[in-house]
Design a protein around this ligand. Sequence first.
Ligand code: NOJ
Length: 597
Amino acid sequence: MTTARQAHPASGHEGAPWWTRAVVYQVWPRSFADSDGDGVGDLRGITGRLDHLVDLGVDVVWLSPVYRSPQDDAGYDISDYTDVDPAFGTLADLDELIEGLHARGMKLVMDLVVNHTSDEHPWFVESRSSKDSPKRDWYWWRGPREGMAPGAPGAEPTNWRSFFSGPTWELDEASGEYYLHLFSRKQPDLNWENPQVRHAVYAMMRGWLDRGVDGFRMDVVNFLSKDVDLEGALADGPVPEGSAPGALGDGSASYVSGPRIHEFLAEMHEQVFAGRTAQLLTVGEMPGVTVEDAVLFTDPARREVDMVFQFEHVSLDQEGSKWARRPFDLRELKASFGRWQEGLASTGWNSLYWNNHDQPRIVSRWGDDGEHRVRSATCLATLLHLHRGTPYVYQGEELGMADFPFTSPDQLRDIESLNHLREQVALGREEAEVLAEIAGASRDNARTPVQWDAGPNGGFTTGEPWIAVNPDADQVNAAAQRDDEHSVLAHYRRLIALRHDEPVVALGDFTMLLPDHEHLYAFTRRWDSAAGPDELLVVCNVSGEQLDLADVLPQALEAREVVLSNAPAHLGQTDPGLLPAVLGPWEARVLRMSARA
Ligand code: NOJ
């Protein structure tokens, strides 16, 4: 049993930062709502759907990139940080969205993608134009490996494998030098060693805050600092055991939370956020971040970021790569979440998420999107939202949207999935086999359009959607759930309200129970308020079997109040004495163990 201590014992509920009581909703604009019938979601589409967000009760919208972009990586390849891509609308449309959100008491957090730009960004165009360009050093240019000719197999400056398949280096024929791109070849990495780069980014960030945005979600921000030696060399990474000669290696040791990352983030804070009085939010996306590092990144005294997205829990069903899956084991999830809760208990803060635009849908991944769709979606939601941290809801998650039944390459749009398919088929694997592994892991699962109603294209567009709508839209959609108290949507609404209303949910201590139980995820939250101690017990049956609490957690039968249940039969029932001791499949209960504080 582990107990995570209260971080703000003296300050009380009111003294804690505003985002400890907030829930963030992520909009991935291409698939949220299309206002003009061109099949692509846009800013006016979002503004037209603000009632949905008000109804849900979220506090903040994180908007994935809407900047000008060639859309090689769906907008994470930016060619102008200061303008809106015509596919999504105009700056005036963005201003209108910000106004609409502010008028309804919500904030807007923009995506900040500054590990790399697009290769079509004027900075890179200038940098590439000549070895003598004043912006040459804004990116990572290197000659071929010593003694090798540019373009020769294996001549890349390091052996690193890119996130989107193939090497991280692209040869520029004109200069005979390579540039670094951890992601696609159209996403060259900026050189954060160069202070001009950093200050250009800070100026751009200040511009957005001055325009009225309320903070940033920072894309792969712990990759900004590369481990480069005094001669400018970057080191090769380890190659998987038994690989063929010339195989690509893992360069992550050279760029995950690199040597200057804390310095860069502290400088960014100083240059961009210090002295501003508005309530802002910063969250750093940090693949590979450890709990120990996260404490440093989110310690308020260090002034770096408010919270980070860590990746440990979403890697638990992966074997080496995201394409190789292994069975999900609830005990591993408890061990992981338990460590993060404990590690950030007294210093720093957690963010909590199942989904975003890069992850398959949680109800399909670890729930049951068949017989128990509603119950498993609400069970997993309860489990997550009752942890200590700021929860993030990804568009459609609040409806229990499921993965798409991909059966053909034509249905895929994402560069990561398509490059993997191409690479593996070129290596001699059967297309059907590769497609099967892509189907359950592809980012396109998250990217199918939001299902608004049972009409054509799920109400997303009047035109031809850029990616197919999930065929289950006639059953699973917002219109069908809005007035249904038993829907996934209604349950998310209640979870969000609980965080707003109950200090124990926002700030209470976290204690994991029964770490070795295979199906029961149970924990307590405890908050010492002026009126006395308040304690919640959360029990989630993460399985399709019945589970008798009398056998495994008899204290659950001593509750004083039922705060929340996802079982239709118990909705609104507050008397725990009237609940059976047996949890049904995927049943979740939030129980108050103390007298009401
Ligand atoms: C992380 C983003 O979430 C992902 O969608 C993107 O492809 C990479 N960073 C590169 O920007």
